[in-house]
Design a binder for this molecule. Sequence first.
Ligand code: ADP
Ligand code: MG
Length: 457
Amino acid sequence: MELEQLWQAVLGEVELQISRPNFVTWLKNSRLMNRQDGVVFVSLPNSFAKEWVENKYHKIIFSALRNKDSATKKVEYIVENKSSSAAKSAPRGTKNSALDTTSKDQQSFVELKVDPETNLNPKYTLNSFIVGSSNELPYAAATGVIKEVGKKYNPLFIYGGVGLGKTHLIQALGNEIRSFYENKVKVKYVSSEKFTNDVIWAMRNKRMEDVKEKYRLTDVLIIDDIQFIGGKEKTEEEFFHTFNALYENNKQIIISSDRPPRFLPTLEERLRSRFEGGMVAEINPPDYELRMAILKTKLQEKNSSLQDNVIDLIATKVQKNLRELEGILNKILFYKNTKNMEITPKLAEEIINETVQQPIKNINPNHIIKVVAEFFEISPNDLTGRCRKNSVAEPRQIAMYLLRDLLGLSYPFIGEKLGKRDHTTAIYAYNKLSQEIAKDQNLNQKIISLKDMISKE
Ligand code: ADP
Ligand code: MG
């Protein structure tokens, strides 16, 4: 049997045994990569999915594989290489598969050009960063750093919501510093995930000194999405030492985060106050003018055009984030250029509506409870009942959190609904989860997946 056929047959069998939302979330993007000497290699789009599938569905998958091919001895789960997995998750909500392919190719093409020494992607420049009232402060702070690296704003701490341009700005700043000093200044860009992995690797291999060297030898250290570092004790400690060593030697540190330092709950106090001692600047959601400016510039870059009323429509309707704005523009241009369709405001609106994640509406508490129960493979009655088993406690807290977060329901109502509990239990659950989500990536992923499932159905 061909690999593809075999995997489809296996998935068919697995699908019967787990809940539909779980199947869609965890296995839809899986692939059978290879089969050799009875070892079957299954690829998953990211390490979180890998861990989840390995822990929860391995038995089912293995026995389904054995049913189809009795020579199967072992299953190895692997994470498909980063560029393709990033590309897969990037066009979230994009339902057109042909478009997925284009953006995937573009993405891997762009990623190929990342400078291995600095990890900077040259596509991010300050020139292409369009400034409006929502981002002028962080932009000014960034440009202020260039001529006085390590002196003026140190650390530079940029925060703001998803897709608002943090990565673009801090990478562009890195590129700019490199060219301003004619490559004589050592710049290093890392995601906090990469930093964490480096530290973990070094601990396992007793190579801590190498990692320390690597980071401490840089003149400018750029760390993206610092919120993911907090809470991992050893990495945080290592980060703190690196930070101090660099800081004391007047090296420049540039950090991005999805929230201001004071809301990084698990971050040690000493680190937080260091962050606050530098320059903290927020990127706000783009206003209409900035959205228009970005659309027009991107159209120019792509040598393309759209009717004014279509551009206006996109800028009016796509408000939340710039990544989505770009994604929708690309999608519309795909219809225009590849499918040769005339882009009327009506068509543009249809494309926007099918792409933009609709705000969660028409969702009632029972629906949320049902989805959470399915996700954890327990019964909704377990959640609404008084059962105190551990296996129910976490899902129940998550359900409480989601009822509050998504529907803004009152704590007494939530407590009553989920096991006739006191309102303080609901408050406790909400606060606890809010804090843990910030430090625990796995939990954060669970919540994201759950919200996705809740809004889809
Ligand atoms: P974040 O890191 O905050 O999630 P990104 O930096 O990845 O966001 O930005 C998302 C997309 O929007 C990127 O393609 C980026 O180039 C683009 N973008 C963001 N801000 C701007 C801006 N001010 N001007 C031009 N493009 C921008
Ligand atoms: Mg980013």
